[in-house]
Design a protein around this ligand. Structure first.
Ligand SMILES: [Mn+2]
Length: 351
């Protein structure tokens, strides 16, 4: 089956599952929470906000269950009213706007273990509706659309919105408003690295084109998510680049960012977000790795590869995951220098 037809079928299926779910929730006078992964990015925030806004347009109270604060560079999306920060995820009954949460959805991730504290809530529901483009081997069922060929969860959500509008025989704007279009384009731009990664397909560009017509502003997204730099972001990322070491005949580039560096520069993890792709862009580099101390006694690794190295498989060795060209993992109870040595040794054998 052509990818496009596949998208259409699956998007239609999920659109009708969402409609069905919203009817059930209306009857129960309840609400829906939409979950996303920890270390939030443009794609999970964009697809979650679009899903919430679609559900609201279907007439049900819905919110995004945020595992952490929204990064400052996403403030331009203006989505604060769609986000819920749940102080006690272990509480027996979770309510939003006074309505009990009776159904859940997840976007850009499938497993509760990737959702931080919010996973405690998500894992209580067995019938979550899911839209995800990460490779997962299990956890598939007829309420989940998992499409590793899609560039982003946002691209998938766009096709869901499109098919839902078709099903309701209404204008897509009634399902997906201008703000939601902006959110979706933000995720597509993020996960395709502004349409430069190999996950950019013609379907991706078609979706982006239609989203532009619906009010999605690619220029605003690129400026806010990529080009705009605070002075501390500029300085710490430059320093991280300067500290880079090369191994395996220049095929492996690796740098580390310590807690000390973060405090010296007055910077946070969001300020080094683009370092790993800058390392990967260096001629001859196949695998780029950024290790950073999280401040919680663990070290986070971000991996990017250029053409052949399977980052997802490598991250799997450390209980992490992701995609072939971009993945990550977190290791606790190991010094960053030791983890670096281990990564250099094991990755060099594969390069
Ligand atoms: Mn994604």
């Amino acid at each position: 089956m052509q990818v496009k037809e596949l998208y259409a079928d699956e998007a239609l299926r999920i659109g009708s599952v969402m409609l069905e779910m919203s009817e059930e929730v209306k009857e129960a006078d309840g609400s829906i929470l939409v979950f996303l992964h920890k270390s939030v990015d443009g794609d999970c925030v964009g697809s979650a906000c679009a899903a919430v806004s679609m559900l609201k347009n279907m007439g049900v109270p819905a919110k995004v269950a945020m595992p952490e604060k929204l990064p400052d560079n996403m403030a331009f999306l203006g989505v604060d009213d769609l986000l819920e920060y749940i102080a006690d995820p272990s509480a027996e009954e979770i309510t939003i706007d006074g309505k009990k949460v009776v159904k859940v959805m997840s976007v850009d991730c499938t497993e509760g273990s990737r959702m931080g504290d919010m996973g405690q809530i998500y894992d209580r529901f067995e019938d979550a509706v899911t839209v995800d483009h990460h490779e997962v081997t299990e956890l598939r069922n007829d309420r989940k659309w998992i499409e590793p060929q899609a560039s982003s969860a946002c691209e998938m959500m766009f096709y869901v919105a499109k098919q839902t509008a078709e099903m309701l025989a209404c204008d897509i704007r009634e399902v997906l408003d201008k703000r939601a279009a902006m959110c979706l384009i933000a995720g597509i731009v993020t996960d395709t690295g502004r349409f430069t990664y190999t996950n950019t397909r013609s379907e991706t560009l078609e979706a982006a084109g239609e989203l532009m017509d619906l009010g999605g502003d690619i220029m605003a997204v690129c400026h806010n998510l990529f080009d705009k730099k605070t002075p501390q972001e500029f300085r710490i990322s430059s320093q991280a680049c300067l500290n880079t070491e090369f191994f395996a005949d220049g095929k492996l580039a690796i740098t580390t960012v310590s807690e000390q560096m973060f405090s010296d520069f007055g910077a946070t993890k969001d300020d080094i977000g683009d370092v790993v792709s800058r390392l990967r862009d260096v001629e001859g580099v196949e695998l780029a790795v950024v290790l950073r101390e999280t401040g919680e006694g663990s070290v986070r690794a971000n991996l990017r590869s250029k053409t052949s190295f399977d980052c997802s498989e490598f991250a799997g060795r450390f209980d992490g995951g992701g995609h072939k060209r971009a993945a990550g993992f977190t290791v606790s109870g190991k010094a960053m220098a030791d983890l670096k040595d281990q990564v250099v040794k094991e990755a060099s054998e594969l390069l």
